[in-house]
Write a new protein. Structure first.
Length: 292
């Protein structure tokens, strides 16, 4: 589909679904990469100002991300958010104080199998365990990841030996080229079946989490914790790991840079992340309420 045709379809969808703006929304969950951030990993001033306007309107805003606690906390503090955050694709709901409100851990028995796949396929990997990022070596791909992270890794000679006797891990991450990750995804699906879930937030990563982990499930839990009806929530994202959150929220918003499958799941399609898509959505949302 051409970009022009995609925009026409998005406009038709938005005209049809503006009525969804009218609910009494209370909680907004926003993805970080490709949504809150532009392709330079920056938050524009326009987006910053729009989020402040949304807060002033009375909505609580949080982050729903594949990132780990230290990375998400940095953005939450910068934006002045105070709500618990949805982290690691929904494996964690964590207060900014560090208190964990909900966690879904990978069963320990899947870790040796995931490590075995990594070594057989000769791909680097890393493991999020408690508040630590564990890796056996810092390869090129690990360093690419760390350029966008606040986490200081722990390098160990043997991940499995290190994890013995410790609390379970939250996520196992393979790193490499998009082509290699696509191949690896099929291998993991074949060998692991339904024992784990795969989160695809970036083409250079293949992230493995517990089988019942999704951002949508975490948003449902967070709304319950906050005593907010799920129908009064908004979910905003750009990638495949955002689809269930977008579908389950009272109002689902897809970024203009999202794949068509993500857009099809949404009630509203905004501009892309390099053209202040969040600010554009907020301007339309607030204008709707100001004219009612």
């Amino acid at each position: 589909m051409s970009q022009a045709n995609s925009r026409i379809n998005d406009d038709k969808k938005n005209k049809r679904d503006f009525s969804n703006f009218g609910r009494c929304y209370q909680l907004v969950a926003i993805d970080i990469d490709g949504t809150l951030l532009d392709d330079r990993s920056k938050i524009s001033q326009k987006t910053h100002d729009a989020l402040n306007a949304l807060k002033d309107f009375g909505l609580t805003i949080t982050l729903a991300t594949g990132r780990f606690y230290p990375d998400a906390l940095c953005f939450a503090k910068f934006l002045g958010f105070s709500c618990p955050m949805i982290l690691l694709h929904g494996a964690l709901i964590q207060e900014q104080s560090g208190e964990i409100l909900m966690k879904q851990e990978l069963p320990f028995e899947v870790i040796p199998k995931l490590i075995s796949i990594a070594k057989q396929e000769k791909v680097p990997f890393q493991i999020f365990q408690e508040d630590r990022l564990i890796m056996e070596e810092r390869t090129f791909w690990n360093d690419v990841y760390l350029k966008f992270s606040e986490v200081e890794p722990i390098i160990v000679p043997d991940s499995l030996e290190y994890l013995q006797g410790k609390k379970n891990s939250f996520a196992f991450i393979y790193l490499g080229t998009p082509e290699k990750m696509a191949v690896l995804k099929k291998i993991v699906e074949h060998r692991m079946g339904n024992s784990v879930a795969i989160a695809c937030a970036h083409p250079n990563l293949l992230e493995i989490v517990a089988s019942n982990v999704t951002k949508g499930n975490a948003l449902t839990k967070l709304a319950s914790i906050k005593n907010i009806p799920l129908s009064h929530t908004i979910g905003i994202g750009d990638s495949f790991n955002d689809i269930d959150m977008i579908r389950i929220a009272g109002l689902g918003v897809a970024m203009g840079n999202a794949p068509q499958e993500v857009k099809d799941a949404a009630d509203f399609v905004t501009k892309d992340n390099n053209h202040d898509g969040i600010a554009y959505f907020i301007s339309k949302f607030l204008t709707y309420h100001q004219t009612k």
